[in-house]
Ligand binder design. Structure first.
Ligand code: DX5
Ligand code: ZN
Length: 219
């Protein structure tokens, strides 16, 4: 699929019908975004490797695993074994993200660093050479269905300019509050990958919603 990648987040999907939730994005999505939360780093608990493994069994799409957990280094291998292809974790949980980025690469997976809305983009600059992508949170992590913190979009350009300056190819993923109405802002900011959760799975017809978003991304 050309252009901007779409990574629907299952967080607001119907977990009683995971197969249905994933099939409605097949042919439209470039990856499946899986929000892992431990109730420690964020005030919510979702799922772990077991669910990642279940999704692995029902799709060949890359699994974009977003670790909102306090101790990511302890669980990287479990998520690799569960079938994760892209693994990202929060810069806010460690003073040594380079070590964990290296660990993810050691398993041959794509490694990403995540920054919360209040974390400045330069927090990741020194690690860009170890990042396949940076995930810019445009909501506070923990829940789907929030309004986008639009100011955080500025960081997309800041990171891409720094990567260009360093001669690095780093994709920037935007995650949180993406709706059809603010998609033009996300595109203008330069996002390479867009996470969309409740705009798809909160819609009466998730497949139609995903088709509409795919169309807007490809415009
Ligand atoms: C929030 C998650 C996001 C969220 C996106 O902590 O990281 O991926 O599920 O959902 P929407 O698109 O509803 O904000
Ligand atoms: Zn996420």
């Amino acid at each position: 699929m050309p252009g901007i990648k779409l990574a629907p987040s299952l967080l607001n999907a119907d977990f009683s019908d995971l197969r249905g939730a994933v099939s409605c994005i097949e042919g439209l999505a470039d990856a499946v975004h899986l929000d892992v939360m431990d109730g420690n780093f964020v005030p919510n608990i979702t799922f772990g490797p077991l669910v990642v493994r279940a999704v692995r069994e029902i799709t060949t799409l890359p699994l974009d695993v977003h670790l909102m957990i306090a101790h990511p280094a302890e669980f990287v291998e479990d998520f690799v074994e569960a079938g994760a292809d892209w693994i990202s974790f929060h810069a806010e949980v460690t003073r040594y993200p380079g070590e964990i980025l290296g660990m993810i690469h050691g398993f041959g997976k794509r490694a990403g660093l995540v920054i919360n809305p209040q974390t400045p983009s330069d927090r990741v600059f020194e690690y860009l050479e170890l990042c396949d992508y940076v995930l810019v949170m445009t909501v506070m992590p923990g829940f789907g269905g929030q309004e986008m913190i639009v100011e955080a979009l500025e960081k997309v350009g800041e990171i891409k300019r720094e990567a260009d300056r360093l001669g690095l190819k780093v994709e920037v993923e935007v995650d949180g509050g993406v709706k059809t109405r603010n998609l033009p802002l996300v595109k203008e900011a330069g996002a390479d990958i867009v996470v969309v959760g409740s705009s798809i799975y909160g819609a009466p017809d998730p497949r139609r919603a995903a088709e509409e978003i795919r169309g807007l991304l490809d415009d």
